[in-house]
Design a protein around this ligand. Sequence first.
Ligand SMILES: C[S@@+](CC[C@H](N)C(=O)[O-])C[C@H]1O[C@@H](n2cnc3c(N)ncnc32)[C@H](O)[C@@H]1O
Length: 264
Amino acid sequence: MRSRSKRERWAENAELECVHEPDLSEVAAGRAYLRGRWAAVHFGDEAPLTLELGCGQGLFAVDLARRFPDRSYVGVDVKGHRFWRGARLATDEGVRNAAFLRARIQWLDRFFGPGEVSEIWVTFSDPQLADKRGTKRLVSPFYLRLYQHVLAMGGVVRVKTDSPEFAGHALEAAREAGMEVVDHSGNVHGEPEGRFDAELTRSLAFITAFEERWIKEGRRIHYVELRKVVEVAPADLAEAQRMLQGPTERVSPRVPGGLPASAD
Ligand SMILES: C[S@@+](CC[C@H](N)C(=O)[O-])C[C@H]1O[C@@H](n2cnc3c(N)ncnc32)[C@H](O)[C@@H]1O
């Protein structure tokens, strides 16, 4: 595939049916986008919905969509030029159960309704270890509460990371946010055969673009799986929304949709 500039990718994204690039200044102002309507409006069926948050190139989301045609997948990233690659591939291959959303994860509840999602992957997110407030680290208690809000009861969050600290933060945050810890591995690719069920083994075997870099540097890959077992309390959800969507979440006119280009 010929390489494209960012501008060329943005222009192509605008033509691809699987790409959603809502006006993010409107979303920041409180407007919902497709919330509660992904099945009816985009996918046209009631298949369970999986999100990949911070999907980057989006190739993992496309791989999952190919393997599980009875599920729907939405890759979410603020950098549309990155997921252009996955969106192009899904379009060219006719993979209709994969879509991409250009958005900030802070506003997840404006894109997905309560219980609309059954599974969330968080793949190789920046560990943000200096983030004391928990407004940047995608597994802080604030984020987990936002995820619980959009997850159906029993739905899962699957975290893959090269950072032992990030994995540790996810486990701690799960306790604070009332999520059940289902599994934790500190060396995904070194586990004995049969350690995970067949589906998960195959999903974990997919190496993302950032994962490839970390493996080359000799880092071990961690996996954390959390399950929603209680509804998030309204006061906790309101606090998470205030912390993540407060006045520091500014909107800049520098890129289409009004968000700063550098979000990771
Ligand atoms: C380190 S990359 C990992 C990409 C991909 N998951 C992989 O493993 O190759 C992190 C990605 O998350 C996106 N990202 C970081 N913070 C985000 C946020 N708050 N909202 C949306 N996307 C975000 C970045 O734009 C970037 O593409």
